[in-house]
Design a protein. Structure first.
Ligand code: BG6
Length: 494
């Protein structure tokens, strides 16, 4: 299904996200015929650009990043427009009125407008207010939707305040909170794996599952985002949003049907069941770390405190590991170990379901626990690990695996996360966007950890290129477990 005719207004159009992610995503959608010819993009920012210079900039970017060329590129760029305004000044928004009228007329969009906030969060409240002051949020003439990038608040109080502010001008059905992890094919695949097979769901509970690991590891450091990252840290940057959303997909109950309401009801329900952590729990079940300089593959790598934009006495965590519990019938007593960090040995996001061992060891040497490894990225796929007889005398078991690689499913139109989510927003499908109650449930769980960290949190050092502080190994070892050290999921087919 194609997107509705519409005009996409990108606030923060001169920023990094616009040319790294948004414009390439729109370009691909256009190229594969998923955008109607009747769309236009109006870039809005303070920078003094005009239609021509904005187009040229995007044109160059698409050539550089996407290897774009030819007629499609030229035709796509004709749909791009730009309006410079002072985004903090309500009066200046008047300039948008004639521009939008002209674009709605030219492209027959019926007034449908998608606003994308790709600005610093300090403008998230201001822009809706200014749009409303000029009558640009009402749905009398076409739909009006607003996409808000994370972070949705800085803590629970600011998240609530932001929500109140945006809700003054937009109704919940108009608000699309983007968490790009929900746009990833393999995160959605978790739902299909669980709810469209008879095989897994009967085992997906406390009776058969021993524990769950969720890992979001990155090998890069903070790169040139030190200024932003230092005010955020791993907890706000990855855990509060992306990884808790993944946890929700693993742990939620089956929705009655897949639509925005039933899906998001179940997501919110399970996030509300996260066991609130007391200070004592946090002391025993949380490890925070910060990377230090080291040498990786013969190359000197900076420590976090030497990164550009990071104060030299920063106590921001670049690593966190936490043991969580979910208080409901399905999961009572099953720990979820979640960890994320920068400058770890490899880039990998995966979920590992560890099944309980057999109740009685018949053989002298049983196989290790059965595991289902769900690799979200890279090398997307699923690997099932179980024991079979080691050839030869006796009855020794050894671990073998059955592997599925996503790449083997030839799919000509696999969409990236931003492509999928932009398209859904243009079609009015909010299923894969975070709803306000789920966002609050995440903050409610994270807030005591933030408070604990601010008052007495200890940050352990780990060398860049290692799997985090050794304390994280102790955290899980206390319960007789070890972190999986993910490497290549499965052998590449030749
Ligand atoms: C972003 C974070 O939301 O997600 C980044 O701000 C992080 O710090 C990125 O690197 C990870 O996304 P992905 O899709 O590369 O796993």
């Amino acid at each position: 299904m194609k997107a509705d005719n519409n005009c996409i207004v990108i606030f923060g159009a001169s920023g990094d996200l616009t040319y790294r992610k948004l414009i390439p995503a729109l370009y691909h959608l256009y190229k594969i015929g998923r955008l109607s010819e009747n769309f236009s993009v109006l870039g809005v920012a303070r920078s003094a650009l005009d239609d021509e210079s904005f187009r040229q900039k995007m044109h160059d970017t698409l050539i550089k990043l996407e290897n774009a060329s030819g007629e499609i590129l030229e035709k796509f760029c004709e749909h791009l427009y730009y309006q410079a305004i002072n985004t903090s000044d309500a009066v200046d928004y008047a300039k948008l009125l004639p521009r939008l009228d002209e674009l709605h007329d030219k492209y027959g969009t019926g007034g449908n407008t998608l606003y994308y906030l790709s600005t610093p969060p300090s403008l998230y409240g201001v822009i809706p207010e200014c749009l409303s002051a000029h009558g640009l949020t009402t749905e009398e003439f076409g739909w009006k939707r607003i996409i808000v990038e994370k972070p949705f608040g800085y803590d629970i109080e600011t998240a609530k305040a932001l929500d109140i502010q945006i809700h003054k001008y937009f109704e919940e059905h108009q608000i699309y909170r983007i968490d790009h992890y929900l746009g990833k094919e393999t995160v959605q695949n978790l739902l299909v794996l669980r709810f469209s097979n008879g095989l897994f769901e009967p085992l997906w509970n406390r009776n058969f599952i021993d524990y769950v690991e969720i890992t979001g590891a990155e090998s890069i450091g903070v790169e040139d985002r030190g200024g932003y990252y230092d005010g955020s840290g791993a907890m706000r940057d990855m855990f509060q949003n992306h990884l808790l959303q993944v946890l929700a997909m693993v742990a939620m109950e089956p929705p009655a049907i897949i639509n925005a309401d039933s899906m998001r009801d179940e997501v919110a329900k399970v996030l509300h069941c996260l066991h609130p952590l007391s200070n004592e729990d946090i002391k025993n079940n949380l490890v925070l770390g910060q990377y230090t300089a080291s040498e990786i593959d013969g190359e000197q790598v900076k420590g976090y405190l030497q990164e550009k934009g990071v104060p030299e006495d920063s106590t921001t965590e670049t690593y966190m590991a936490v043991r969580c519990q979910i208080d409901n019938w399905r999961w009572a007593g099953v720990p979820f170990y979640v960890r994320t960090g920068k400058r770890l040995p490899t880039r990998v996001t995966e979920v590992v379901i560890h099944f309980k061992t057999t109740p009685h060891p018949v053989f002298s040497q049983n196989a290790p626990d059965n595991k289902l490894i769900i690799r979200i990225q890279p090398d997307e796929g699923i690997s099932m690990r179980f024991g079979l007889k080691k050839p030869g005398a006796g009855f020794e078991a050894k671990e073998v695996s059955m592997d599925f690689r996503y790449a083997d499913l030839a799919s000509p139109s696999l969409l990236t996360a931003y492509e999928r989510l932009l398209l859904d927003a243009m079609k009015g499908d909010a299923t894969l966007f975070a709803r306000t109650d789920a966002v609050h449930a995440c903050w409610k769980f994270v807030q005591p950890i933030l408070d604990y960290k601010a008052e007495r949190g200890r940050i352990y050092e780990y060398e860049a290129g290692t799997w985090g502080p050794s304390e994280a190994d102790k955290l899980i070892a206390k319960h007789g477990k070890v972190w999986r050290k993910p490497s290549g999921l499965m052998k590449k087919k030749v």
